[in-house]
Design a binder for this molecule. Structure first.
Ligand code: ATP
Length: 939
């Protein structure tokens, strides 16, 4: 619960009465001043090579508790449709012999082998395009390609469907979004009303938050718009969505600009459980700092600080409390790397243990020291740790460090930022985010079509999970930071969503609102960090890279400022699933994610689901996180997006809207995802009548990608091939010239996925330099010039480096799938080796498996048989049947469907439950394979 200032004053009074000493600021300040002078004059400590270790060990439990991220399960709970399937046919003999490889390490050295001569691009079986396929497995190609033709239903079977619940629902009519509405708890009372709006600058279309009632106009009074925005006469839905979102509980943070101050607040930050009781209760892996917040003996300081009535650092803190994670972190940062072993030995570690710390942290001494200190702290009693560390540091003559630990002043050597510096940093961060984040690439494959944020941004449907029931209720964007979890405003928010549902764009929206003074104004800094680009850097280092060259603030100052002023900073970490680092690595961003650092600061993390399980499955983290799902566009917002996309061509937008509303599969499966809607808009715009007709046959994401890439290749060729080079009006030969490049790019894409890397260097393409060029021209790659910061230029002769990326991770996954499937024909051994490892991590590589299985029948069959085998072994990962059904659906091959149907019929559970949590895609998948099952329909 937020605590009012008045209440703080009462509490402070209580603590003041309990205090033993008189509070004398001048006395303490003089004392600190003298100590600092003394410290400066102190001789450098002499090294002691023979430390004796007196620290007694009390046992350790060092295991970082990394939740298994490799499991998933389609929720088998609940209601609605039961399709009881009776097994009639013999169980299919699935070939699972290849699915047993267990090595998780994938070779990254094997280049692609492109069987170019075998087939041209549009005709190749690996690219189930819209042209003829001269291959024995052509049925799949036809099914998964541009012209989609299904085989006839081989086994119609008996059909009896059960609807055991009061509200019958025919599976054809299942609408996930409606289901979501129905799932609204009846206890749910709208927190605020529907925002009636026109979510676009110029286009006259109304858009609404789906499922969100009534009006919150009254709240708009609180909006502090900047002048520019107020005078902007263009109506924008963004404005409507942009109320003052700052959490109302936040206490006005006292500026921490005094050069002398910081350490008390740093310590205080970690002892603030009375303010956020839920947050204070949780740490990861049962670590020992769990209850420190409540034990803090120096609560007076914290309360005084919180009250805003007093100087933040009234002098040395002679009772700095238990050693905090942040102190350990700053201590590691302050320590000379060459002291690592000396300190480690003195703390009781042996050489082997120290080497392990170094090795685990891959030579990063800061993290190795931190890890060592962290492990050491587990071995000693919490209340004795500070004293023990001080004694040890003194003994090995690290006097300054010992003193700073003793006084709770670790990190004070880094100058605090002045108010002016903080403001300048904020301005430059805003400038950076406005340019680099807040522009939407409306055409995922055309980096030139970048639209201003407010021109195209469209509201997304947000749902909040009730941790007890797992039911989701609608959440207003405006209530993002105002939603209470167990009566408390959460400081950690996990925003989950499928690929392309709009998570990154959602982060951009937060930045946009902060930049334009529409929300989050209680925060001096809103820092959006793309985790795919962090490369093990600290937050300060990342923010430093946002600043201009001549900004003198250092990364360390930024780090210190951020961690010392958690109330002033909103950290938005986008793409946990793209974060290459293990969460138990002790890297700063990982520590923040695990709630070890920046505990009282507000952090929003976005992720695809497979990785967010690392948070969900950790009992301690579950307590502190609020779980929010991004569900993409509602029907209304879809229509609004399309109108904005085609503006001012109202006829086209109406046509596409009509087309989507008449096409169940597209409406249910694709349109809620902004990225697929964007692709549909592009194709609709470019395609003529005949090709538009073909669009209506689209069933799967893979087909949509396939069409998109076909379209891009055609588009590229028509621009770059002189008309004299086109024989009989066909681009076929030229298309086949492009395919090897795409396969090669797919190989690089695949290597990147294995390393969770989405940004590449030009050098990585050096074996096929032409491919990068073709990829950029076609649109499946984008090059970005990056001007190196001045400090990095010393080590790099180039002042500008080129990074190469895919327009979106889903494109990287699609091209990886093309590469992997191509190996099936050209290098089966390599295919077997790679796919065996991928299957072991099936949940992470879900989209890759979808796209790969869609490439050709043999691959689809192979993948589902491996998945089935994996499920049957139940070791180490069990994926749900829904996962396999999804893969079968993407393959659009009847043989694959049959194989999965046989498996489901022989599986122990013969009842198909379609519940509210089931994705529309999975429901379509069940419908797809249903032809091969004998279904008993019970009413
Ligand atoms: N709210 C929105 N308004 C308009 N367009 C959007 C919106 N959200 C997403 N898009 C479009 O969809 C594309 C993909 O969205 P985004 O990158 O945010 O998805 P994501 O959930 O982060 O995907 P992934 O998990 O694969 O990284 C964007 O480039 C943009 O074109």
């Amino acid at each position: 619960m937020p605590v009012s200032l008045g209440e703080w004053r009462v509490r402070i009074g209580t603590f003041m009465r309990r205090r033993r000493k008189e509070y004398d600021y001048h006395y303490f300040w003089r004392k600190l001043h003298n100590l600092m002078k003394k410290a400066k004059n102190a001789e450098p400590p002499k090294e002691n090579n023979n430390p004796e270790c007196n620290i007694s060990r009390t046992g350790s439990s060092p295991d970082a508790n990394r939740s298994p991220s490799n499991t998933t399960g389609q929720s088998a709970s609940s209601y609605n449709v039961n399709l009881n399937t009776a097994q009639t046919g013999p169980s299919r003999d699935v070939n699972n012999g290849k699915g047993n490889a267990s090595s998780p390490t994938l070779s990254q050295s094997d280049g692609p082998e492109c069987d170019v001569s075998e087939s041209g691009f549009p005709r190749d079986v690996n690219n189930p395009g819209h042209n003829d396929v001269s291959h024995s497995e052509s049925s799949c190609a036809q099914n998964s390609g541009f012209s989609i033709e299904k085989e006839t239903n081989p086994v119609p079977g008996i059909t009896v469907v059960t609807f055991p619940v009061p509200q019958p629902c025919v599976e054809d009519e299942l609408d996930n979004k409606d289901i979501a509405i129905n799932l609204m708890s009846h206890e749910y009372t709208p927190k605020s009303a529907q925002i009636s709006k026109t979510d676009k600058p110029e286009v006259d279309t109304s858009e609404s938050h789906s499922h969100v009632p009534a009006d919150v106009r009254g709240e708009t009074d609180r909006i502090n718009r900047d002048k520019e925005e107020t005078s902007d006469s263009a109506p924008s839905g963004i404005e409507d969505q942009s109320l003052d979102l700052s959490p109302k509980h936040r206490i006005d943070a006292t500026n921490n600009t005094d050069q002398r101050t910081s350490s008390i607040k740093e310590v205080a930050e970690y002892h603030d459980s009375p303010i956020y009781p839920v947050l204070g209760s949780g740490t990861t892996s049962g670590e020992a700092d769990e209850t420190k917040g409540n034990d803090c003996p120096d609560m007076t300081n914290i309360l005084l600080l919180r009250s805003g009535d007093v100087e933040q650092n009234p002098g040395p803190n002679d009772k700095p409390g238990n050693l905090t994670d942040l102190e350990l972190y700053l201590l590691a940062d302050s320590m000379d790397p060459s002291d690592f072993r000396k300190v480690g030995l003195a703390l009781g570690f042996n050489e082997a243990e120290l080497s392990r710390f170094e090795k685990d942290q891959m030579g990063n001494t800061l993290y190795a020291i931190y890890k060592m200190l962290y492990e050491w702290r587990k071995r000693v009693c919490d209340s004795e740790a500070r004293e023990a560390l001080v004694v040890t540091l003194h003994r090995i003559k690290l006097v300054q460090l010992a003193d700073s630990v003793q006084k709770g002043q670790v990190g004070d050597h880094i100058p605090s930022m002045t108010e002016k510096e903080i403001q300048l940093v904020a301005e430059e961060v805003k400038h950076y985010l406005a340019i680099h984040l807040c522009q939407i690439q409306a055409d995922p494959l055309n980096s030139e079509l970048v639209l201003e944020f407010k021109r195209i941004f469209t509201n997304l449907t947000l749902m909040e999970e009730d941790k007890g029931t797992k039911l989701k209720t609608p959440l207003l964007y405006d209530d993002l930071l105002r939603t209470k979890v167990n009566g408390t405003y959460p400081k950690r928010l996990l925003v989950e969503g499928e690929g392309g549902v709009g998570k990154t764009t959602f982060c951009a929206k937060i930045a946009w609102d902060w930049i334009h003074g529409k929300a989050y104004q209680d925060f001096k800094l809103v820092l959006v960090i793309l985790l795919r680009k962090t490369e093990g850097k600290t937050v300060g280092e990342i923010v430093k890279s946002y600043l201009s060259d001549n900004n003198p603030v250092t990364a360390k100052q930024l780090d210190k400022h951020i961690f010392s002023n958690p109330d002033d900073v909103f950290l938005v970490l986008d793409g946990l699933d793209e974060f290459a680092v293990d969460l138990d690595s002790n890297q700063q961003v990982a520590l923040i994610t695990l709630n070890h650092l920046f505990k009282s600061g507000t952090v929003l993390i976005t992720s695809r689901q497979w990785r967010s399980d690392e948070i969900r499955k950790n009992a301690d983290l579950r307590k502190v996180f609020a779980f929010i799902a991004v569900e993409g566009f509602s029907a209304e917002n879809l229509s609004s997006y399309i109108t904005k996309f085609f503006h001012p061509d109202a006829a086209s937008s109406e046509d596409l809207n009509r087309f989507i509303s008449n096409n169940d599969v597209i409406r249910e499966n694709m349109a809620p995802y902004p990225i697929y809607t964007a692709m549909l808009c592009i194709m609709w715009k470019e395609f003529d009548g005949e090709r538009r007709e073909a669009m209506s046959k689209l069933q799967t994401f893979s087909q949509l990608f396939n069409q998109m890439i076909d379209f891009l290749v055609d588009h590229h060729l028509s621009k770059h091939i002189p008309s004299s080079g086109i024989v009989e009006g066909k681009l076929g030969d030229h298309c086949s010239d492009i395919r090897p490049h795409l396969i090669y790019i797919g190989w690089i894409a695949f290597q990147g996925l294995l390393e969770r890397r989405l940004v590449f260097t030009e050098e990585e393409f050096q074996s096929y330099p032409e491919s990068i060029d073709v990829g950029c021209k076609v649109g499946v790659l984008t090059k970005e010039k990056k001007i190196l910061p001045r400090r990095d230029r010393r080590n790099n002769p180039k002042s500008v480096v080129q990074s190469v990326q895919f327009p979106h991770k889903l494109f990287q996954e699609y091209l990886s799938g093309m590469y992997l499937a191509s190996l099936y024909n050209t290098n089966r051994n390599e295919y077997d080796r790679l796919i065996a490892n991928i299957i072991q991590e099936a949940v992470e590589y879900r989209y890759l498996l979808h796209f790969t299985s869609a490439q050709q029948k043999g691959v689809g069959l192979d993948i589902v048989s491996r998945l089935i085998a994996l499920n049957q072994k139940r070791q180490p990962v069990r994926i749900g049947d829904g996962f396999i059904v999804d893969v079968a659906y993407e393959s659009q091959d009847q043989a694959v469907a049959k194989s999965v149907a046989d498996h489901l019929s022989t599986d122990s559970s013969k009842t198909l439950e379609i519940n509210f949590n089931m994705q529309a895609h999975t429901v379509s998948g069940h419908t797809f394979i249903m032809n091969h099952r004998d279904v008993v329909r019970k009413v």
